[in-house]
Design a protein around this ligand. Sequence first.
Ligand code: PLP
Length: 720
Amino acid sequence: MSGPLEDLRREIAHVCHVLAERGLVVSTAGNVSARRDSLVAVTPTGASLDDVEPRMITVVDLEGNVVWGDFEPTSETALHLAVYANTPASAVVHMHSPAATAVSCLTDCLPAVHYSILELGGPVRVAEYATFGTPELAANTVAALESRTAALMQNHGAVTWGDSLDKATERAFLLEWLCELWLRCRGVGEPRILGKEELDDVVRVAIERSYGTVRVRPRTDATPADHEKTTGSAHGDPRAAILPEGWPDAVGLIEQCRRLATSTPRRVTRDLWQSCMDWFEERCSGSRRDAEEASDYIPGGVQHNLALNKPFPLHVVKAEGAYLWDVDGNRYVDFLQAGGPTVLGSNDPVVREKVIATLRDTGPSTGLLHRSEIELAKLVSDFVPSVRSFRMLGSGTEAVMAAIRAARAFTGKRHVVKIGGAYHGWSDQMLVGLRIPGTGTLEATGVPPGCLETTREVFPNDVDALAEVLDRNESDGGTAAVLLEPVGPESGTWPAAEKFAADVRELCDRHDTLLVFDEVVTGFRLGMGGAQALLGVTPDLTVFGKCIAGGYPGAGAVGGRADVMACFAGGISAAGRRALIGGTLAATPLSCVAGYHALVEMAERDAPAAAARAGLRLRRGLERIIEKWDLPFVTYSFGSIVHLHTTGLLHLDLGRADVLEQVALRKDLLEEYSAAFAAHGIVTLAGSRLYTSMADTDEVIDAALAAFERVLSSTEEVPS
Ligand code: PLP
C-alpha cells in the first residue's frame, strides 16, 4: 500500500534498521521522524524498529492528528512535534542507546569537543527526567536543546535533529561516540585527558563510519553516469548539463530589462513592507544590536558591499548546505552563497576536514612550496585546457591586476578594454563603467585620473563599438587586452549574446590583443571547464576567484598560455623582464588544499550540473510567479546563476533627465525587495541575483518559491 511521503517513509524504515543494527535503538525503544512542509512521517508505537516497514510509518499533521496510516504513531509523537515547532529540523531521531543513556544518568552536561561544537552546537545538555510520552518530557527536551542539535534525556537516551534524515542520524552516531568517549575517560579513575588531536581523530572516525553507511540517499539524485546519459555532465557535456534550454536570448532579455527600466517602478505594498520591518524588529534583535556596535568601529557598519544591509546586516552564526542561521536563530535559504564560491553548498564537510587536517600540519601558510599548489595547478589545467600555466593569488581583484600586467608586459601595448557594467574587482584601473554601462569614472573617487586614461569601456554586446575602440587605440599604443565576463557583465546582468565572445576573439586576433576571460564567478560554477567550455572560445588568459579556493580565503588565480604566463617567472634576478606579482598570503596551503578538494568534490559529485538544475527550477518557478501576478519583472539564468530584475536599476537609460533620481529611487526599492525576501527567509545577492548550489534540493527551491511568491504577489506601482 502506498501513501503520502512515500520516499520519506522508505528512508525512515532504512534508518531504523541501521540504528537497530548498531544498537542505538532496541526493539520498540526509540523512534524516528521526518517532516515535509506540514506533514510528519513517524515510526509506529509498539513495533520493533529492526523490522519496521515503510507501510508502517504513519503520517501526522503538526497537531499530531493521523493523516495517513493504519499504525498508531509512536507515543513520543508529541516530542517530535515539539522539536519541529522549536527548531528548523526536517528530521528527528530519538535513540535509546547505551552510552547516551549512561551518560545522561551521570552528568547534566556532556562537554563539547571540537567536532561536537560544529555538529551539535556546543556542550550537550541533559533534559530532566519525565515519564515517556508526556508533554513534560517534550518540554524538558526542547529546553535542553535550546540552540543545539542534540540533547541527552535523563535515563532515556537522546534526541538529535537535522535538516535531513542523514544529518539527524549522523548526529545520533556522533553523540553516541562522544558519550562512549566520555565514559572511557571517566573509567580510568582519574579522568584521562585525551590530546586534542586524539580526540578529533576519534570523533572524525565516528562521523566517517556512520556517515558512509548510514547515508540514506545518494549524494545527488542520480549518479554522475546517469546524468551523462540523460543530460550530460558538467565536465562531460557541459552545454547539456548547464544550459539544457540553450543560451538565453540576450537581445530579447535586454529589451525586456530596458522596458522594466522605463516603466513605473513597483515596490512591495506598504502593508507588506511594514510587516517585514516588524519582523526584523521582533525577530532580529541580536543582529540589530551587533550592527549598531559594528557601525561604531567599521565605516558604515558594513564590510560586504553587496550583501543584505537594509535594515541592517544580519549576523550569521552558522552556514550549512542550503541554509544560513542568524544569531537570533532565524534560518534562511542562502542564495547569496558567500558571493558565489560554494557550489557544493555552504561549509562542505569533506572540504572542511581536508582544510582542518592541513591546518594541523602546516598551519595556514609557510611561504614555501606545498604539494597542493602543484595539485591544484594540474587539476585546473586538466579541467580548463586553455590553462597551460597557473598562478595563485590573493583575490579576484589581484588576479585581474596580474592578468592586465602580464598582457601589457607580453604585448608591449598600452590600453585595456572592458565591457560597461562589469565588475572586475576594485583596482584603480578597473573603476570605469561600474555596474551601469556608460557610467565611466563615476565610481572612481580616490583614483588619480592617470590610472584611468588607458581603460576603455564599450557597451555590452556592441561588437562594432569594440572594433572602433581597438582601431582607435592602434595609433595610441595599442590594446594589450580585452577583458570579458563570458556570460556578460556582473555575471550576466546584461546577458552576453551567444556569439559575442567569439566575435571578440576574432577582433583580438586581428589586433594582436590578448583576450582575458574573467571567470571569477563562472569558473567551475558553470561547469568544470568554465564558461569558455560552454562557448567553445579559447581565451589567452583566464582569471579565477571564488571557487578556486572553495569558499576559503585567498581566492584568486590567473592561468593561460605558457608564453604569456612566463612573464611572471624569473625569481629575483629577472628584474626588467618580468611582470612582478606577489602576495605574502597568496597560494597558501589553506587556499590550495581547499581549492583542490572543492574542485575534486565538485567534479565527482557533478555539482555544477546539480546546482544548474536547482537554478533552472528556481528560474522557471519565478517565471510562473511573474506571469501569474502579471508583473513586469524579468528573470533568466545561466546554470546556477539566476537573475531577477524587479526595479530596472542596472538597465536605466543614462540619457533620461531624471536619471539621478531614478537611480536613487530604484536602488532603495531594490534594497526593500532584498529585505522583504530576507524577512521571508531568503537571502539573495542584493535582491536581484540568486546563486544556487547542489544543496538546493527540489524541496528547498519549492519552499523558496513559495516565499518569493508571498513577496512578489504583494507589489504596487510607486505613486508619482
Ligand atoms: N571579477 C568578477 C567577475 C567578480 O564578480 C569579482 C567579485 O565579485 C571580482 C572580479 C573580484 O574578486 P574579489 O572579490 O575576489 O577581489
